[in-house]
Design a protein around this ligand. Structure first.
Ligand SMILES: [Cu+2]
Length: 273
């Protein structure tokens, strides 16, 4: 009974907490990045439209069943056409589709265009873990590290099974982060539900997306393209921290980072390309 109550009430309380799935959740995870906000908006609009259509159809059906029942209409009507009605049931669905089209196109545009990113990170999928790079930092040093899931037997209290990792991706709060996604071996998919991100990680290709998160915290996602035996064990953990904390972390990492040696190779590739 309480579970049922929770199921009914959960969508309304869904606005709290961080980027993790919750028991009995039926809606999306809380939106924390502009991409997810536009997805949510369109999803909610579609829900209203679907609900209205379903309601109108059910009411019409009930009305027709009652009004035109055999006992009250012993002599059937003989007309077969009603021009005005036929125009209406063609035009109204077209208008509904136009209403759906406009925000859908907006979504495509918002997803495609990244306006002036503050920073860029590179995400590389591997069998079966993720690695993250913060390229083109000062002194031509690139911060790079691998991010492995913490096995269930090594979990500390408070850590999430199948979601927490040894080294999360760290990004500063409120900054537009361009994310370049590629793969080292097979096709993976970099997905973080609360950011509205699900983008294929394909060997030999670079896909691009972005995120801007206003609330510090931990956000989780999982590889979302079947990529092999440990597909279910390569979660994505993103830690969003205030800028000052990010700067401190970044400074500590840059000391350990090795200078990039293949700068010349990059230049050659660019010239050829
Ligand atoms: Cu996978």
């Amino acid at each position: 009974m309480f579970k049922l109550l929770g199921l009914l009430l959960f969508p309304f309380f869904n606005g709290f907490g961080s980027g993790i799935p919750k028991p009995w959740q039926i809606g999306f995870q809380e939106a924390r990045s502009p991409l997810m906000h536009v997805i949510n908006d369109v999803h909610n609009l579609l829900l209203y439209i679907i609900f209205t259509i379903a309601l109108v159809v059910v009411l019409l059906l009930g009305y027709a069943i009652y009004k035109f029942r055999a006992s009250k209409n012993p002599v059937p009507e003989t007309f077969t056409h009603h021009t005005a009605l036929e125009i209406a049931w063609t035009v109204i669905p077209v208008l509904i589709l136009v209403v759906i089209l406009i925000p859908s196109m907006k979504i495509l545009y918002v997803f495609d265009k990244i306006e002036n990113p503050d920073m860029t990170i590179k995400v590389i999928g591997h069998q079966w873990y993720w690695s993250y790079e913060y390229p083109h930092d000062e002194e031509a040093k690139t911060i790079a590290f691998d991010s492995y899931m913490i096995p269930t037997k090594d979990l500390k209290p408070g850590q999430l099974r199948l979601l927490d990792v040894d080294k999360p991706l760290i990004i500063p709060q409120g900054k537009t982060v361009r994310v370049l996604v590629t793969s080292q071996d097979v096709i993976h998919s970099f997905a973080v539900p609360s950011f509205g991100i699900k983008i294929d990680s394909i060997p030999g290709r670079t896909n691009e997306t972005w995120m801007r998160v206003d609330k510090p915290g931990m956000y989780y996602g999982q590889c979302s393209e079947l990529c092999g035996k440990d597909h279910g064990f390569m979660p994505i953990a993103v830690k969003v921290v205030p800028q000052s904390e990010y700067d401190a972390w970044h400074a500590s990492q840059i000391e350990q980072a090795t200078p990039v040696t293949d700068v010349t190779t990059d230049t050659k590739e660019n010239k050829n390309g």
